[in-house]
Design a protein around this ligand. Structure first.
Ligand code: HEC
Length: 139
């Protein structure tokens, strides 16, 4: 059941990317979905600066395609995740996210694009400052 719902979430995330590339003008949810070009840029930045650790969990870096590793992080909200990626962050287990992934040459905007890419390839779209919708309507 859990595995199944995770698969559904991952599927939703990939659909989100497909949808955002088909109709970026309609992406007006609470979370601003990056347009095509921003996703492409984010992906390049991710591959160059973030994937070394986050791709396979080096130094306990959370892996985007592992929903369980991101759920509580997404709950912090977009602003906090951006800040932690830009300024660096030490987690409760003393694993360290280096400021700007260790590349001082990256601008804030570039780091944000990479975070957006991580989040959109991950289990959920990042719902910045709001609670995740509850599914009470389905019951
Ligand atoms: C040297 C390894 C390393 C690199 C390179 C790296 N990260 Fe991280 N990152 C980590 C680790 C480890 C954590 C988990 C810290 C913790 O919560 O214990 C983390 C956590 C994060 C988080 C979650 C922060 C939170 O508050 O939960 C974000 C967002 C993030 N990284 C984004 C990025 C981005 C964007 C890049 C590339 C620009 C990047 N990281 C590059 C190791 C890395």
């Amino acid at each position: 059941m859990l595995i199944r719902s995770r698969a559904v979430l991952a599927f939703n995330a990939s659909m989100l990317i497909v949808l955002s590339s088909l109709a970026p003008a309609h992406a007006s949810q609470s979370y601003q979905v990056p347009d095509d070009q921003q996703l492409v840029q984010g992906r390049e930045l991710w591959l160059e600066n973030c994937e070394t650790c986050h791709g396979c969990g080096i130094a306990d870096a959370p892996i985007p395609m592992q929903p369980g590793e991101w759920r509580f992080r997404l709950a912090k909200g977009k602003t906090v995740l951006y800040r932690h990626a830009i300024e660096g962050f030490i987690g409760p287990d003393y694993s360290m996210m280096p400021a700007r992934g260790g590349n001082d040459a990256l601008t804030d905007e570039q780091v944000k694009l990479a975070v957006d890419y991580i989040v959109l390839t991950g289990p959920n779209k990042l719902d910045s400052n709001e609670e995740v919708n509850n599914d009470s309507t389905t019951n």
